[in-house]
Design a protein around this ligand. Structure first.
Ligand SMILES: [Zn+2]
Length: 178
């Protein structure tokens, strides 16, 4: 989530409750890994950012509250991997996003942002990241009432660099088939 980045922090408490409700009532999808060899072979241009365990989709783009990404509910501590290759643009803590990281696709691809990580990513700003490389663990830092990955996809030129958030769910669904 990014509510706080644009002054939406106050809305988050209510919004998060709806995420929990969706998590409790929604369907659960088992993701068996897939792909070639490593289980992270990917499908076309990326890999699903949560390679292990069950997950449930929470709120998507918009969600009636200017939500800028897709929430994916799963257990805290599950590894998060980089869905695409790129370079670390930002690795910070923010009161709403918690520990978050932005991977810049460097013009070729979109910028991807991962929030609420359990701990700060060990990756350094400017460091190259491979597709499928672990970047952190699922957490509930920042304004989150349940363990989940908040995942954003930004069009070029990128995250808060003039791009705008696009719906990542079609890509996530494609990558999950990996
Ligand atoms: Zn979110």
């Amino acid at each position: 989530m990014t509510y706080g980045f644009r002054g939406r922090g106050l809305r988050y408490a209510a919004a998060a409750l709806s995420v929990v409700a969706i998590g409790a009532a929604g369907s659960t999808t088992a993701y068996g890994g897939g792909g070639v060899g490593t289980g992270n072979g990917g499908n076309g241009d990326g890999v699903f950012p949560l390679p292990k365990g069950k997950y449930t989709y929470g709120d998507g783009l918009g969600a009636g509250r200017g939500h800028e990404g897709q929430d994916i509910l799963t257990k805290c501590g599950k590894p998060i991997v980089s869905a695409q290759q790129g370079r670390v643009q930002t690795n910070k803590f923010q009161s709403a996003a918690g520990n978050y990281i932005v991977i810049d696709g460097k013009g070729k691809d979109k910028d991807l942002m991962y929030a609420h990580m359990k701990k700060p990513s060990k990756l350094k700003v400017g460091e190259k990241v491979s597709m499928g490389e672990e970047i952190g663990k699922v957490g509930d830092t920042g304004d989150a009432t349940a363990c989940h990955l908040h995942f954003e996809m930004w069009s070029n030129p990128g995250w808060y660099e003039g791009g705008h958030p696009v719906d990542p769910k079609p890509s996530l669904k494609q990558w999950a088939k990996g």
